[in-house]
Design a protein around this ligand. Structure first.
Ligand SMILES: [Zn+2]
Length: 412
């Protein structure tokens, strides 16, 4: 019997999340996100833009962390345009790249009004298949082809495009609801129709312009599973992403696990929701965007009850008013805040204060030379992040100084 189709997560915080207007992450913060996603058992992180020069040191350092087994199970995938030039530059700047998504627009709207006569429907397919071929020749092990604006693409053309991608050897087709135009009804129907015509694993990439992003992601994934194909939902931590955002990582996982009618759908068993609290809190701090009080699972009110009937009911049996347990999301522990004297490590720290900070983290240095080196890196880390480093970042720098040094370097 054929194995049941699986739903996996490809998180795009380090790509769609950081390309969003007004918010950004430092390269150290992007690295920490990859470490946390790895801890959480997520399948893949779209970790950046291989042709963007200021990403080069970060991308190569993270590829080395993967090679070394520090980022052990998480795949690191780059995003480039599906063009000869981008593919060539990507492998020149990040030769260790193994996983790649190649993107090109497929809707009439974009082919006519973006390419402005430079490409037509036929040449879009030609560009894409050539880029896939080039990427394989350059050493890519897995390739996803992104149909940008798939939700506004004529179905006959989307099928033709997908067939060509499959024939060229692509492993996945990314169905991009680039403008958040789909509804759960249309995305289910369109993905079903597409996969009926071409059997290929599919990525569901949705945006929240109509407030439907998690529902659409789920409906698209359900259609793929119903068609017998594996599916990969694109998420961003805390629902960051272009304009109104992408599908929130934790909400998507909760919806698959606890949504009505989803019991028989198979979620990647490596996913560990207990890491949710930590990764969401970190991303909120790193982006400088507070977590809304009503964010599913993670918001301050997600497990709070006040009205008489609700409080009474929740105390009698949590299942009266809670669909899932807060413990499962890694919540429930007290967070201790030091209200007395606090020594912090920053751009202008000296060795004494710095040692005090690390002693509290129970990290000891072999000798003064090592301590001095880590101090210097912590100073750079602070310049780099422009905000106080968190404990996990301080630990990362002490444990992997060579990688930290690489991540902080940038030569325009
Ligand atoms: Zn997007």
């Amino acid at each position: 019997m054929k194995a049941k189709p699986k739903i996996r997560i490809i998180d795009v915080t380090n790509r769609d999340g950081v390309q969003t207007s007004r918010i950004c992450l430092s390269k150290l913060e992007k690295t920490m996100i990859n470490m946390y996603l790895n801890d959480m058992g997520i399948f893949q992180s779209e970790f950046g833009f291989p042709v963007t020069r200021h990403e080069t040191s970060y991308l190569n350092a993270n590829l080395e962390l993967a090679k070394k087994g520090v980022i052990a199970d998480l795949r690191l995938g780059g995003w480039v345009r599906a063009t000869k030039g981008d593919v060539k530059a990507a492998f020149k700047l990040a030769p260790g790249l193994k996983h790649l998504n190649l993107s090109i627009s497929t809707s009439d709207q974009m082919i006519v009004n973006k390419f402005k006569g430079k490409l037509d429907h036929k040449s879009v397919i030609k560009e894409m298949t050539q880029a896939v071929g080039d990427a394989f020749k350059s050493g890519a092990k897995s390739i996803g082809v992104n149909a940008e604006d798939a939700s506004r693409t004529r179905m006959d053309y989307l099928i033709e495009f997908t067939q060509a991608a499959k024939k060229a050897g692509a492993h996945r087709l990314r169905y991009c609801d680039t403008l958040g135009y789909d509804t759960p009804f249309t995305i289910y129907e369109r993905v079903r129709q597409l996969l009926k015509a071409v059997k290929i694993p599919i990525e569901i990439h949705c945006h929240n312009d109509l407030g439907l992003v998690v529902a659409n992601s789920l409906a698209g994934a359900k259609a793929a599973c119903d068609a017998g194909c594996d599916t990969y939902i694109n998420t961003c931590i805390n629902g960051m992403g272009e304009r109104a955002g992408n599908a929130d990582l934790v909400s998507v996982i909760l919806a698959i696990k606890y949504g009505s009618g989803m019991r028989n759908y198979s979620l990647d068993e490596r996913i560990n929701l207990r890491k949710s609290w930590r990764i969401c809190k970190y991303a909120s701090y790193a982006f400088g965007v507070p977590i809304p009080i009503n964010q599913p699972g993670i918001g301050a009110n997600a497990f709070a009850h006040e009205s008489g009937i609700h409080a009474d009911g929740a105390l009698k049996d949590r299942r009266n008013y809670e669909l899932y347990d807060y413990e499962e999301l890694g919540r429930g522990e007290l967070e201790v805040i030091d209200t007395g004297r606090k020594i912090t490590a920053g751009e202008y720290s000296g060795i004494k204060g710095f040692r005090n900070v690390y002693e509290k983290l129970e990290i000891r240095f072999h000798d003064d030379l090592e301590a001095a080196r880590i101090l210097e890196l912590v100073r750079y880390g602070n310049v780099h992040n422009q905000k106080p480093l968190v404990d996990d970042e301080l630990k990362f720098i002490a444990k992997y100084p060579d990688f930290a040094e690489k991540i902080f370097s940038m030569t325009p």
